[in-house]
Design a binder for this molecule. Structure first.
Ligand SMILES: [Zn+2]
Ligand SMILES: [Zn+2]
Length: 156
């Protein structure tokens, strides 16, 4: 008899992560339908639990454009927000993570928060407190890393 894991090892991602991603996409979709999203109180100490602030305007304005190739159109490539298939030669916006969206779908979203609704890739923001929070998080990660290296050097 096949084990649970044998039967399920074709799962692309774990269900939790999938749920988080879907939740973000849900938010992006409700925004497209004109629903105003409440991003919670302006309490900067809890960035971990909140959507990050909007992407920097300059970055959003300069978000690269891409033209859908016949191969992409043939594959039925869709905009992850509105789920409409892209048409050949349609001009779309390309996020740094390479995900493609309609301008009308991704631009309002980036005016709310800085991450890709599909993979959570983050763009720089104009919010100093958030950028500090991010730097601080990065510093702590590096410190942990250094400690691990030090530990490794001492005990191997
Ligand atoms: Zn779209
Ligand atoms: Zn992405």
């Amino acid at each position: 008899m096949a084990s649970y894991f044998d039967e399920h090892d074709c799962e692309p991602t774990n269900p939790d992560e999938q749920y988080r991603q879907n939740a973000l996409l849900e938010l992006a979709r409700s925004l497209m339908q004109g629903v105003d999203i409440d991003l919670g109180p302006d309490d900067f100490s809890e960035w971990d639990q909140r959507l990050p602030p909007p992407a920097a305007k300059e970055i959003v304005q300069n978000l690269p454009r891409a033209v859908i190739t016949p191969a992409q159109a043939d594959k039925g490539l869709k905009c992850p927000v509105c789920l409409l298939e892209f048409e050949e030669e349609e001009t779309v916006r390309k996020m740094p993570c390479e995900h493609l969206f309609h301008s009308g779908c991704i631009l309002p979203w980036l005016g709310k928060t800085n991450s890709c609704p599909l993979c959570r890739h983050e763009m720089p923001t104009e919010n100093k407190e958030y950028e500090e929070f991010k730097k601080d998080k990065e510093r702590r990660k590096q410190q942990d890393h250094r400690l691990e290296n030090l530990h490794g050097a001492m005990y191997t």
